[in-house]
Ligand binder design. Sequence first.
Ligand SMILES: Cc1cc2nc3c(=O)[nH]c(=O)nc-3n(C[C@H](O)[C@H](O)[C@H](O)COP(=O)(O)O)c2cc1C
Length: 308
Amino acid sequence: MADLTTTLGTMELHNPVLVASGTFGAGREGSAFVDLGKLGGIIVKSMTITPWKGKPTPRMCETPSGMLNAIGIQNKGVDHFIGEDLPWLLKKKATVVASIAGNTVDEFVRVADKLRTGGRGIAAVEVNISCPNLEDRNNMFSHSKKATAAVVGQVKDALKKVPVFPKLSPNVTSLSEIAEAALDAGADGLSLVNTVFGMSIDVETRRPKLAGVIGGLSGPAIHPVAVRAVHEVHQNFPHVPIIGQGGVANAEDALQLLLAGASAVAVGTQNFINPRVSIEIIEGIAAYMDRHKMAGVSEIVGALKLEG
Ligand SMILES: Cc1cc2nc3c(=O)[nH]c(=O)nc-3n(C[C@H](O)[C@H](O)[C@H](O)COP(=O)(O)O)c2cc1C
């Protein structure tokens, strides 16, 4: 069988398929369906310095070819991750990517500090900068070059050698400008992309379907957005490791992101429909590599043909 190992800077994964933050919790429910050690990795639910309750309900609704969510990063906090989830995940032989969030630069840095001292065994940190910045009128960090650079630079300082992957928002005019700000600040790679802003209305009640009114659109509806984002950033920064995500529902979707330039993909919303889908995607990528007589994942990464 093909060698599925993939390399993202200093991080090596035994295959290129992870599960996306917020769609597999810390793996406990999913482990009934999937041997966590067989995944390329698990990106856990974003964690904050203190437990967050999240937004009022309803927080999710279905949309054509996707879903909207405005959960508000409900989580039990970084101490719970370090004390309970991480040891359990490592015992299951999972490759763990910690996802961190905050409402100020300082909040991100405090989580990163805790992970440096208590997070032994994590493979990388994904920085969820699609959070409102309380110090900038609630604008998302990921929508500002300055705020992106501030968070990434200080988180990287705090984490030292742990690879840092800021997760960028597609809701910007120039994704490459934000990517450049993150890379200049010390990012080791990038996660592309988080959800797309959306909104849905119940016409009978005339109420928004989400209590938070506006939410993040995910699922197959956003896959072309993710492919475009990975392609754009890979063209501009060809040596930067990318975790592609957005609407991956099968091996072909994953392969599109790899061909566009991602070195790994993360599967999100599709886990709610089929919690075993990531394993099926790994098998599908292996079958593709066999069919195309490819010896390694690096032969797929960025192998898009633009001419001829
Ligand atoms: C219910 C739900 C919760 C999510 N929670 C988080 C989160 O805590 N942190 C984060 O960075 N992304 C979060 N995301 C975004 C996903 O990780 C993923 O980037 C996005 O949904 C696009 O991938 P998909 O279309 O495969 O779902 C969440 C998505 C969903 C649907």
